[in-house]
Write a protein that binds this ligand. Sequence first.
Ligand code: FES
Ligand SMILES: [Fe+2]
Length: 342
Amino acid sequence: MENVFDYTSKETFDLENRNLFDPFFHFGAHQSEISNFGDFIQINAAEKDIILINDHGIIRAFENSCPHRGCRLIDQQVGNVEKVICPYHGWQFQEGKVFIPSLKDFENAAIEAVTLHYYSVELCGNFIFFSPNPQHSLKEQIGIFWDDLEMMSYDITTKVDTNNQDFYANWKISLENALESYHVSSVHSSSLGLLGLTEGEVTFDGVNSLWESSTNNSKFHNKLLKIKSLFNNSYQKESYFSLYLFPYSMISSTYGYSYAFQTFFPKISTETQFSSRTYATKTPYISFFDDVIHLNHKIFAEDAHICQLVQKGVTSSSKFVYSKQEQRIVAFHSSYEKGITA
Ligand code: FES
Ligand SMILES: [Fe+2]
């Protein structure tokens, strides 16, 4: 029996944001999403709005808040800007520098030190990660899965879908749901359940884990094998797999044909800022991705619903038991305990 975690309090939420959000790297985007000068994407996580931008070829991440008096700088989720200009008093931000109109009117000498609140950015292949205050390099954080992740990133050509939605559940509930396959036959009987995924195998490395599962649906398996030659990818596996990167990120794929990168960021103590982005790989068989997108939307709607029910049902005095199919949750709990008290 394990004690249940705190899935409701604001104190725990704040502690998590300090001890898990700040020191770790989190998935931000694939480079193809911001490949042109000025392309940006906004990420909402842990009560922060973060802009990832291609600033003349350099990927920067910063809080979407003007250092003058706090105005939101960019009020769109994705787009392109020639330079970042604050709509309030016109401060401009470009190539790491600030341009201040009527600079002479600022008598305060500290004005020279004013800057955006930048985050660290590191890449694994073409995947972009950001961290407010990293305690380890991205490479150390990803560990033995680095080469696999890098190879996956090079197979990706473009993003084909964004599914941003709030789950009305604490982020740990949403994540724990994604870490186990035990619920698949009951919650996803007419979606993911049809794939006939087996119990599979889990590889653990530090705080991260990889689950690989073959299918016992031979019709489905044969169909996927038949189209294999249409995909010109370096990373292919004859399995469904999901790689969990502590604390909030997970990438999953069927046979390496397409990828879904999910983040389970805390929004408020009882809500998750869920995002799943689907990426296409090197193939002329574009219509394949329509089916994947459709299926993913159905699966995540089912997950959103069940997570909401867990949030409603969970109490602070509950003790829970975990099956073998839920071993990644137990591992997550132990990483969480270490991270939160660090
Ligand atoms: S708040 Fe941004 S320029 Fe004043
Ligand atoms: Fe699910």
